[in-house]
Design a protein around this ligand. Structure first.
Ligand SMILES: [Zn+2]
Length: 257
């Protein structure tokens, strides 16, 4: 981009073009450039789903050019691209009279915008800190992480690893399971066994063929452990051990409580 100053300036225009805030002459000039520039074509494709985000970034008081805001987004451009585009958008916004109207229109489309919508609704500032990416941590994983009372075991034969967290509740015992190194397809149960031998199923699930918590697996899906929550009626003090068993009756791993 440094080789040609004029071309460089045009490359920079892609963000403003994606937002529709160029005036007619500028838009025509950019379109002519776009027809011959693969890089800008790619940027435009990338930006197609990001107008609301860019608009919100540019529209937030006190956040102009702040990369930290961009980092809280579920979908985000590279930091440099983000900075550059936000800077570009802010600059254009000051220049173009019609931009404010357009930004309000785009802000309305934030309803489908995910986490950034929460940030925009608060008007930025301190409360923006509270707007964390959504749905990145499952409730079961959070519950497991929050339990102080945990036991873990790996079965010598199956190599399946289970960690079980428990918490005493008025209704019995709340249970969270972290399961690793288990392959499918198969259906399983987590069973709590009391000191007197009573068995209660805390939860059941299916292991897809790619498995859970498989070290070195090709996909994140298979590398991630499985987290599940359940409960049993027996009190925490009565539980002797937990078993992960298949619906066929095979014990995959036993964990002493
Ligand atoms: Zn270009």
């Amino acid at each position: 981009m440094q080789s040609s100053q004029g071309q460089g300036d045009l490359h920079e225009t892609v963000g403003a073009y994606a937002l529709g805030i160029l005036d007619d002459a500028e838009a025509t000039e950019f379109e002519a450039h776009l027809a011959t520039c693969e890089w800008c074509g790619q940027q435009l494709d990338e930006l197609a789903g990001m107008e609301p985000m860019l608009a919100a970034l540019a529209d937030l008081p006190g956040t102009r050019g702040t990369p930290a805001i961009g980092e809280t987004l579920a979908v985000r451009p590279s930091p440099q691209l983000s900075d550059r585009l936000v800077g570009e958008v802010v600059e254009r916004r000051v220049k173009a009279k019609k931009s404010r109207r357009l930004f309000f229109g785009l802000a309305a489309s934030l309803i489908i915008g995910g986490p950034i919508a929460a940030i925009a609704a608060t008007g930025g500032g301190d409360t923006a800190q509270e707007a964390k990416p959504l749905a990145s941590v499952s409730p079961a994983k959070q519950a497991f992480a929050g339990m102080d009372d945990k036991v873990e075991a790996t079965d010598a034969a199956t190599q399946v690893n289970a960690a079980v967290g428990t918490v005493s509740k008025p209704y019995g015992t709340g249970i969270a399971l972290q399961l690793k190194n288990v392959k499918g397809p198969q259906k399983c149960s987590l069973v709590a066994v009391s000191k007197s031998g009573e068995r209660e199923t805390a939860t059941t699930w299916t292991v897809p063929k790619w498995g859970y918590g498989i070290k070195g697996a090709a996909t994140e899906l298979a590398r991630n452990p499985l987290y599940l929550q359940g409960a049993v009626a027996m009190s925490n003090a009565d539980i002797d051990h937990f078993e992960v068993v298949t619906f066929d009756g095979d014990k995959l791993v036993e964990v002493d409580a």
